[in-house]
Design a protein. Structure first.
Length: 578
């Protein structure tokens, strides 16, 4: 016989009779039906909990979208809100309004009344919304901070760390609560898909920021965290096997971490500042580190061109762009494509970001004199077919890399320049002879990472004429395009973007480009000639992605602000006023 709540679920079309019978057989004994329904993915949490609120004759709310007064939040300690899984949202006639995920649990509500010692008015929210709102209102690890300050011992942490030998987790200098708080910071960063965690001490605050999709976001943290800064840094140093007594010099270390089924390399860098040590933690996921060339985001004809480049028997290919633009990922994708039994591949990197199976990888150690140029000399004695040099930084490295490509090796490397044509000027500035550059270079590739529009909240829109003129848009292009933007939702942290992909500028070293190189022509002239030969600039490729509805005008302008789009009339594509 169906319960009243089951009848309401059927009446609202959330489940049917057959599904209800299946849920009864699949659901664990003692687990509430609404939790089983969501856990097994038969209905969205929003629909199920709205129905639950309707059954209980209570209001359904979304706490993360509410403007909750700070004085209301201050009346509920973080440890109570976290332990009993509720969030205060307001006051009504002397009663505290709280959002809970299980209004049918009368014992839970009685416990909340007891610990708060006041009347409560209950509304309903999904458990995920309650957890999200708790982090926003109190900050990541707020419960742990309260426990530390009240000298209460917390429960075990959820992040498993493979620490180096000799690390003592029971060290009396660090309490278990600090261990748990640091783990909570890292867990939240990993779950938010952050690539970096920044802990920055200032005179009156400790600022924690996560870099997500290339943009820094303030992480909500408890306001009283500043006094725990020294203990937090010490804990991170122990995890990374650094010297906790040294506070005057920069230090670098590494942590291996496991969260659920994912494995992560955490690169730790510590710098001294007047207000204490600042820490940066780079998060590298081992499970999602390999991208194929097809997944990088190249246009189809660019992908064919790149495949032609990397299958040349010898020569040099440079990938250019600022730090964090995905250069190493592109090179790893190329090596993965070439990683076959008949190829001997050796790399020299600083640092080795990911392990490539079947590839011999080395890491530079400048403190003992093992730099890129010395490593290159040693690499040649091992008869490689393909070589990867992490970065061309000086004349010695550039000369060795170019001479290696002259002697029958395929060499990949990176260079810090704004566009592809700038790589030629950069090499000549280092002292490399132009004729050597012209003789060895296969191609220079510039790249940037742009944020993709969040598919959960994407919507069509009509751009302003000023934006279209910025990209020299033609009438035909505008008519064929589908312009989209993200409204902002929970899935994308209300940014309108979720995930990133690369845009590329390919400069093949044709006879015309080689001739200009030998004549020491300026990069603008080289780029103009390349555009005449079919080169698409970074902004033109970005514009094509905008027309496809994958990213926005603002995002392309943000990442290509340091490069100029070539005059469309020079490429035979005269702009038409729109």
């Amino acid at each position: 016989m169906k319960s009243p709540f089951e009848k309401l679920l059927v009446a609202d079309g959330i489940v049917d009779e057959a599904m209800l019978a299946q849920l009864r057989s699949e659901g664990p004994n003692g687990t509430p039906l609404h939790e089983v329904l969501v856990r097994l993915g038969h209905a969205s949490a929003d629909k199920v909990y709205r129905c639950l609120a309707k059954f209980c004759e209570l209001r359904f709310v979304v706490p993360s979208k509410m403007d909750i007064p700070a004085n209301v939040v201050a009346k509920v300690p973080a440890r109570f809100a976290t332990h009993y899984r509720f969030v205060p949202i307001g006051e009504n006639n002397g009663a505290l309004m709280i959002a809970v995920g299980d209004p049918l649990n009368s014992q839970l509500l009685d416990d909340i009344r007891l610990v708060l010692k006041r009347r409560i008015e209950v509304v309903v929210a999904t458990p995920d919304e309650i957890e999200r709102a708790t982090k926003v209102l109190y900050g990541v690890g707020a419960e742990t901070v309260e426990r530390i300050l009240s000298e209460t011992e917390p429960s075990a942490a959820a992040l498993n760390l493979d620490l180096t030998a000799g690390t003592n987790l029971a060290d009396d200098s660090l309490e278990a609560s600090i261990i748990k708080f640091v783990n909570e910071l890292l867990v939240e960063a990993i779950r938010s898909a952050a690539t970096d965690v920044h802990l920055e001490p200032f005179e009156d605050q400790l600022r924690v920021r996560y870099r997500i999709d290339g943009i820094l976001h303030q992480a909500p943290t408890p306001p009283n965290i500043r006094g725990l800064h020294a203990a937090i840094v010490s804990r991170i140093k122990i995890m990374a096997n650094l010297n906790i007594a040294e506070r005057r010099l920069p230090q670098d270390g590494k942590i291996l971490a496991t969260l659920a089924d994912g494995q992560y390399d955490l690169r730790v860098s510590v710098l001294p500042t007047p207000h204490g040590e600042t820490v940066n933690i780079r998060i590298l996921s081992r499970s999602s580190m390999f991208l194929t060339l097809e997944q990088l985001g190249m246009l189809s004809d660019d992908l064919q061109l790149f495949n032609t480049f990397i299958h040349r028997p010898h020569g040099m290919i440079l990938v250019t762009g600022p730090t964090g633009s995905g250069k190493t990922t592109t090179l790893y994708a190329a090596l993965s494509k070439l990683n076959k039994l008949e190829h001997k591949i050796i790399t020299i990197e600083d640092p080795i970001e990911y392990q490539l199976k079947g590839v011999t990888q080395m890491q530079v150690l400048p403190q003992i004199g093992f730099d890129f140029s010395n490593a290159l000399r040693s690499m040649l004695r091992h008869d490689p077919d393909i070589m990867l040099v992490g970065e061309v930084r000086d004349y010695e490295t550039a000369e060795m890399a170019i001479r290696s490509s002259l002697t029958g090796h395929l060499v990949f490397s990176t260079l810090h320049t704004n566009d592809a044509a700038g790589s030629i000027i950069r090499l000549t500035d280092m002292g490399v002879e132009p004729y050597l550059i012209a003789s060895t270079m296969i191609a220079a590739i510039a790249q940037r990472l742009v944020r993709a529009i969040c598919e959960e909240c994407a919507e069509d829109f009509q751009p302003e004429p000023e934006l279209l003129r910025e990209f020299h848009a033609t009438t035909a292009q505008v008519r064929a395009a589908r312009f989209r933007r993200g409204r902002g939702c929970d899935a994308c942290r209300n940014t309108g973007y979720r995930g990133r992909f690369a845009i590329y500028e390919f400069l093949p070293f044709t006879h015309a480009v080689k001739d200009l190189t030998v004549r020491r022509a300026p990069s603008t002239e080289i780029k103009r000639k390349a555009v005449e030969g079919g080169l698409r600039t970074l902004r033109q490729v970005g514009w094509q992605r905008v027309c496809e509805g994958r990213t926005t005008f603002e995002e392309v302008l943000r990442v290509t602000g340091d490069v100029d789009i070539a005059d469309p009339t020079e490429a035979g594509n005269a702009a038409v006023p729109v």
